[in-house]
Design a protein around this ligand. Structure first.
Ligand code: HEC
Ligand code: HEC
Length: 189
């Protein structure tokens, strides 16, 4: 018996560092697409920095179960255990939030965006500074092309969401308003 314990301890010495290594290797893959410092440089790939852990956990679960369908992410999540979902979510939520883009925002579109946010109460759920909380994502300084895609996906029901919240929110919002909202949120300061 004693010998088995010794052998087991010996094996652990080798197994533990390599599994820690593999989590780093796995997150390196994520960050190659999503941006090392939480800010994505790739069209239609979202910045993940500062996302609430709970939001990320739920979205990884939806990708794994193919309730949110996007081939790359369905593949990335397919072998994640429940404990992996939490580990990735905690790691991502600690990345620094994205910075505002360098280009100058369009003054008129920003004004229309601000009015739409008030009209549709976007800031009541996503926080007044759009930092997100719990199951509600951070929106401030997200990539404009990704925000456009996300809002259009809710509108067309391509992305059902964990519950019907965004489906109901987006129903009365026109395509022109979606374009202004994406511009406003992407340039939020
Ligand atoms: C080859 C590029 C690529 C890799 C690698 C990748 N992702 Fe993604 N990820 C995407 C794209 C593209 C989307 C947007 C999906 C959509 O449009 O619905 C996304 C979406 C997400 C989202 C949802 C974000 C949001 O705002 O809703 C999370 C969370 C996420 N990825 C986490 C990860 C994690 C964790 C890994 C590593 C295990 C990873 N990704 C690896 C491309 C990638
Ligand atoms: C009642 C609360 C609530 C309101 C109001 C609300 N949202 Fe959301 N929003 C959510 C939740 C919850 C999610 C996550 C849904 C899911 O599981 O896909 C979400 C997701 C999103 C996403 C996806 C972001 C990403 O990273 O993929 C965008 C974009 C968004 N909301 C924009 C808006 C805009 C713009 C408004 C106002 C027109 C708004 N929301 C109003 C609760 C809300």
């Amino acid at each position: 018996m004693r010998r088995i314990i010794v052998v087991f301890g010996f094996l652990c010495l080798f197994v533990a560092p390599s599994s820690a290594q593999s989590f780093k290797q796995r997150t390196d893959v994520c960050l190659a697409c999503h941006g090392e410092k939480g800010q994505s440089e790739t069209p239609e790939v979202p910045s993940l920095g500062g996302m609430p852990s709970n939001y990320v956990l739920i979205q990884l679960y939806l990708f794994r179960e193919k309730r949110r369908t996007q081939e790359i992410m369905n593949d990335q999540a397919k072998d994640m255990k429940d404990s992996d979902l939490q580990t990735f979510a905690d790691f991502i939520s600690k990345l620094p939030p994205p910075k505002p883009p360098a280009d100058t925002p369009d003054v008129e579109r920003m004004a229309r965006g601000a009015a739409l946010v008030t009209k549709h109460h976007c800031n009541s759920c996503h926080n007044p500074d759009f930092s997100g909380r719990e199951q509600m994502p951070r929106l401030a300084d997200q990539r404009e092309d990704y925000l456009l895609k996300a809002l259009r996906d809710y509108k067309s029901a391509a992305r059902p969401g964990y519950d019907a919240t965004m489906d109901e929110v987006i129903r009365p919002v026109s395509e022109a308003d979606i374009v202004d909202l994406a511009h406003y949120l992407a340039h939020f300061r």
